[in-house]
Design a protein around this ligand. Structure first.
Ligand SMILES: Cc1ncc(COP(=O)(O)O)c(C=O)c1O
Length: 480
């Protein structure tokens, strides 16, 4: 062994020290600290270094300087957006992923990682009750999984219409109709705008008061549309946690003739693992493709998402595995898992390894307990707030999240008061909800995804929310 390899020990030990002291501070530290970008620049930027610095020193200086700009989003009281924490075994496995530095697109470049990801993929399909043999690719997040899914959908729909998009491109291709829930996430629109389907002709299907797609409206829309059609639904809406009615949607898609059903499960797909929750996803196994995130509700370290395609041949052909250079022919001919067939990335880290470690460490029961606990805690918070005069919970709390509004009377006043309450809470730093929108209203979005959140965190946070509401109500007087 070259003596240079011994150089890793010192800096990794410093990293371990900083990582553990950060993680152990998560319960106490303010969720977000007040710091400006200029203050951060003053701490870490400056002239490009010309001379070497010892790795241990780099790690120490970096960790001390950046601490003030970290957001404790892995802590137990980060309730904004859709951000989870990390399961211990997953985080530790992720460190090994970096240390081993394996490249995973081909079996030959890391047989160990290929089989670990294959196993994680199979366990995931089993856990979620999806079709055995579905293809699973590990992506950087739901956005990349959506991108992968919609490219696969586009190619398959056009192939059914007699058009080989991989060879001919989209020049002169039949139009692909796109029908989505009116609550579809912006990442679907981003993907459509990037893969040549465009967003101008998207047809939006209305949703109900809980932001759940109305299936009769979808049937009506599909009855008027001919030709290749992509339908996008959601498992877990960001603002209400609602699940679209997949069985009815899948029936409408099946009746169409040439339609593909994609489900964005970034927020809620994991609920399918729980006996208490899986009724919400009835029919999900009928989707042609699904995206989800590991780094949200499944508490993987960033970055980790998954794409699941029911027919592996469809994703394999869409990912263009036939276009490889000669130097890869041997690798591509191997019968084992070549991850490049299941995603856009070629070289990448072994994101499936932390997933494998989480399955091993929690087991099915541990995973289900985590999922059920998050939903029970979200419901507990909503139940406490609902009792306070002037706080309105806007949706039925079916999953890990809800939207709330503060105040009574005039909409503009309520919107402003709600934003003020949320901003006050963010500045105080004990908990961190975020603002969002709900059918035109400004809201507080409250999301529980972290494995560390306890009943005590919820009860104490509820008190802080009520205090912030009372304070802002007293300061911000209703316009006459
Ligand atoms: C419903 C939904 N879909 C997709 C995404 C995109 O996920 P990612 O940021 O992991 O790419 C998000 C992100 O919050 C989301 O809430």
């Amino acid at each position: 062994m070259s003596h240079h390899f011994k150089d890793y020990r010192g800096s990794l030990e410093r990293s371990l020290e900083h990582a553990v002291s950060y993680l152990e501070s998560l319960d106490e530290r303010p969720v977000a600290k007040e710091i400006t970008s200029q203050q951060l620049r003053d701490l870490i930027a400056g002239e490009m270094p010309q001379q070497a610095t010892a790795p241990e020193q780099v790690i120490d200086e970096m960790a001390y300087a950046l601490d003030a700009g970290l957001v404790a989003s892995g802590g137990p009281r980060f309730f904004g957006y859709a951000i989870g924490g990390t399961f211990p075994a997953a985080l530790a496995a992720d460190w090994l992923v970096s240390a081993w530095d394996q490249n995973v697109p081909y079996y030959v470049s890391s047989p160990a990682m290929a089989v670990a990801e294959e196993t994680a993929a199979e366990w995931m399909v089993e856990l979620l009750g999806l079709t055995k043999g579905s293809a699973v690719g590990f992506t950087s997040g739901a956005q990349e999984a959506i991108y992968t899914s919609l490219i696969t959908a586009r190619n398959s729909l056009l192939e059914n219409a007699g058009w080989d998009v991989a060879t001919k491109g989209l020049y002169g291709a039949p139009q692909v109709n796109v029908v989505v829930s009116d609550q579809i996430h912006s990442t679907i629109k981003r993907a459509l705008s990037m893969i040549g389907l465009g967003i101008e002709t998207i047809v939006k299907v209305p949703t109900d008061d809980n932001l759940r797609l109305i299936p009769q409206e979808l049937e009506r829309v599909l009855a008027d549309i001919n030709g290749p059609t992509l339908v996008c639904a959601q498992a877990g809406c960001i603002d209400s946690g609602a699940f679209d009615p997949f069985d009815e949607i899948a029936d409408a898609v099946a009746n169409h003739g040439n339609a593909w059903l994609h489900v964005d499960g970034a927020i809620g797909l994991w609920a399918a693992a729980s006996d208490k929750q899986k009724h919400l996803l009835k029919g999900i196994e009928r989707a042609d493709s699904i995206d989800t995130d590991g780094h949200k509700w499944f508490n993987m370290p960033y970055d980790c998402g998954m794409v699941i395609v029911k027919d592996p041949a469809k994703i394999t052909s869409a990912m263009g595995g036939g276009n490889m250079g000669d130097y890869l022919n041997d690798a591509m001919e191997k019968p084992d898992r070549n991850a490049i067939n299941f995603g856009i990335a070629a070289s990448r880290r072994a994101r499936g390894l932390p997933v494998y470690a989480a399955f091993k460490s929690l087991g099915k029961q541990g995973i289900v307990d985590h999922l059920d606990n998050c939903c029970a805690l979200a419901k507990r918070m909503a139940d406490i707030l609902r009792e306070v005069e002037g706080i309105t919970i806007l949706n039925d709390v079916v999953s890990n999240r809800f939207s709330a509004q503060f105040g009574t009377g005039d909409v503009e006043y309520r919107n402003e008061l709600t934003a003020r309450v949320v901003h006050r809470l963010q500045q105080e730093g004990y908990l961190y909800p975020s603002t969002s929108g709900y059918k035109g209203l400004k809201t507080m979005l409250f999301s529980v995804l972290n494995y560390h959140t306890s009943i005590e965190d919820i009860d104490n946070s509820a008190m802080k929310i009520i205090e912030a509401f009372n304070t802002e109500k007293a300061i911000f007087v209703k316009p006459a």
